[in-house]
Ligand binder design. Structure first.
Ligand code: ATP
Length: 603
């Protein structure tokens, strides 16, 4: 309860910080509206009934009616300014700010969080439910304030005029509250059960409409059937959840609705009022009508007020997830030391690593992916990491980039533990092209610069040079707007979809555009044609004169000119040396080389 209140107060503070006007508008509009409702339904109608019953002159009533009409106009004017103009404008700004915070956090959380299913579910929930959460909170908050002022007004009125009516209203509200609470709890349970299934369904949905999967789905009908089956399975799961929670939600929805109101009002309170009016003559008929209407409103408004409390609890539980996500403190903490010296060498000393415990790829227990790795990379060297699939090459690179920290052992930059260095400064020295690089729905220039672009001539020249060195033939591409051509056709009619090889060249150009000390290329030529691969290798050789390059490749022909080749197997470095030395050794590398050579010869 305490935590829920703190969550709501967190959201209130967030809203006020984003828009201080909000609080003022809300209080003013709600007080004005509630007082007007009280005036209209109780004072004004009461006056008219009383006037009719006691024969008040018509001219007097008519004059007052004109005055009240003028009040209606002012009230309507204030309402429209508040709702149409202010309230609806504030809502998107809140959503926008919260989303910005979530996105910023998403870039800070440890990469390992993406492997943690619970964290990932919370993350997805935070990003997808932000709009709904703000929308609900704003609407419910406004309504809550309105109801609260309403209840206070009617409470004071009934306290002064009829305490029995007040008591009945309180009893009715209690029933409303408890069934409302149960309803909200069930609704939350159902949502939590549905989230992972809906996430799975969203994935299947994505696979069926995204361009990336279109070709493969046509080629592999079996996969299509499997996905369709999974989709059906998800729908079945959702149906089961709906069947489980549907009837209970209906029951508590019914109980928190009108039933208690009608019972209290017409089975208990009305007979009591009739008795006072007809038997004891303690009430006039107009007073009886007004009291009945006032208690009815009191019951309904209190019901609406307490009925909103569980909704706040519901919102609070989502805020809990958003806060947990925003409060997440990355385990991988940046060091504090600035980097002033020139990059000279990187040393890995007895590094071992296993991915944090997760059920990634069905594995429940973490296993060591890198074992006792020691190596040194010196300035200007060209290093090749080779080995079979799953040997740990990419993981090694992730450790070098400090996306993860080793479980044991140490990585040193010029002899300093990289954990003590400022993370941004350390990573800035390294340029990497990963196997799963991405092309963004932005211009070719932006995809290369990967920063806010100035569009200046110098920048254009540098982008063209980087593309040229990555063997991206700008002239042959005949791009309508040259480097300012939008990539992907997702948003732009003039957009261009690049081939796999061309996209990879753009990703390579990214690293060449910036002057990194160390360049890491994970399978840089996997999507390139032989001519481009040859040219790229020549370019890498050029680069290696003054830069340090680590590249991972399955094609040993591409690795053969490296200064040092590291052969990896089962998370270990099993052989190291130049191409010639490794062939002489006759071990794993030699076996792999011969296998690949045979494949070429047999063609
Ligand atoms: P490939 O040549 O196929 O690219 P690799 O040598 O680069 O393979 P890695 O990608 O480093 O191999 O993977 C090494 C092992 O770690 C594999 O068994 C892989 O399944 C596992 N692995 C990779 N990423 C994760 C992760 N995020 N969580 C858990 N295990 C992972």
């Amino acid at each position: 309860m305490k935590r829920k209140l703190s969550n709501i107060s967190w959201l209130v503070r967030f809203c006020i910080r984003t828009s201080p006007r909000l609080l003022f508008f809300n209080i003013f509009a709600c007080v004005e509206q509630s007082l007007f409702v009280f005036f209209e339904y109780t004072i004004w109608i009461g006056y008219n009934l009383n006037a009719a019953e006691n024969g008040t002159p018509f001219s007097q009533v008519a004059l007052l009616t004109l005055g009240v009409f003028a009040l209606f106009v002012v009230h309507q004017f204030i309402d429209s300014i508040y709702f149409e103009w202010s309230f609806e404008r504030i809502k998107p700004s809140l959503t926008f700010r919260l989303r910005r915070q979530i996105y910023e956090k998403a870039c800070q959380v440890d990469l390992s969080c993406y492997d943690d299913v619970t964290f990932y579910n919370d993350f997805v929930l935070s990003t997808t439910q932000t709009d709904e959460c703000i929308e609900r909170f704003m609407n419910d908050g406004k309504d809550f304030l309105f109801e609260l002022v309403n209840v206070i007004t009617y409470f004071s009125y009934l306290l002064a005029v009829d305490r029995i009516g007040l008591l009945l209203a309180a009893a009715c509200s209690a029933v409303n509250y408890f069934s409302g609470q149960r309803y909200a709890r069930l609704e939350k349970e159902a949502r939590l059960c549905k989230t992972p299934v809906e996430r799975e369904r969203a994935y299947q949905h994505r696979v069926f409409y995204l361009h990336d999967y279109a070709k493969e789905l046509r080629l592999h009908p079996g996969m299509r059937s499997q996905l369709s089956e999974d989709f059906d399975h998800c729908n079945q799961k959702l149906n089961t959840i709906n069947r489980k929670y549907g009837p209970k939600l209906w029951l508590y929805g019914f109980l928190k609705g009108y039933l208690p109101i009608y019972f209290m009002l017409y089975a208990i309170y009305l007979p009591y009022l009739l008795y006072r009016a007809m038997v004891t003559h303690a009430l006039s008929l107009s007073a009886m009508v007004i009291l009945l209407a006032a208690v009815r409103r009191m019951i309904k408004r209190t019901g609406a007020l307490v009925g909103r409390l569980p909704r706040f609890a519901y919102i609070g539980s989502f805020i809990e997830k958003i806060r947990r996500f925003l409060d997440y403190e990355p385990r991988l903490i940046s060091g504090t030391d600035d980097i002033h010296d020139e990059w000279k060498h990187l040393t890995l000393s007895h590094v071992s690593f296993s991915y944090p415990d997760s059920n990634f790829a069905g594995r429940i227990n973490a296993r060591e992916v890198l074992r006792d790795i020691s190596l040194e990379i010196t300035q200007g060297q060209k290093i090749a990491l080779v080995g079979y699939n799953g040997a740990g090459k990419t993981t090694l690179v992730k450790l070098l980039m400090r996306f993860y920290d080793p479980d044991s052992g140490v990585i040193l930059r010029n002899g300093t533990d990289i954990r003590s260095l400022k993370l941004d400064a350390y990573r800035k020295e390294i340029g990497a092209v990963f196997q799963d690089y991405r092309i963004y729905a932005a211009t070719l220039r932006e995809n290369v610069v990967m920063d806010i672009c100035t569009g200046e001539r110098g920048e254009t020249y540098a982008v063209e040079q980087a593309l040229h060195r990555a063997k991206f033939n700008l002239a042959a591409q005949k791009l309508k707007y040259q480097v300012d051509t939008p990539l992907t056709t997702e948003f732009e009619k003039d957009g261009v979809d690049l081939s796999g090889g061309e996209s990879q060249k753009v990703a390579i150009a990214r690293t060449l555009y910036h002057s990194h000390e160390l360049i890491i290329m994970d399978e840089p030529s996997s999507a390139l044609d032989p001519a481009s691969e040859y040219q790229l290798n020549q370019e890498l050789k050029e680069l290696a004169r003054d830069k340090t390059v680590i590249f991972i490749s399955h094609r040993l022909a591409a690795a053969k000119d490296a200064d040092c080749i590291y052969m990896m197997k089962d998370g270990r470095i099993v052989e190291r040396g130049t191409h010639g030395q490794l062939l002489d050794l006759g071990g794993e590398y030699c076996k792999m080389w011969n296998l690949q050579a045979q494949a070429y010869q047999s063609c």
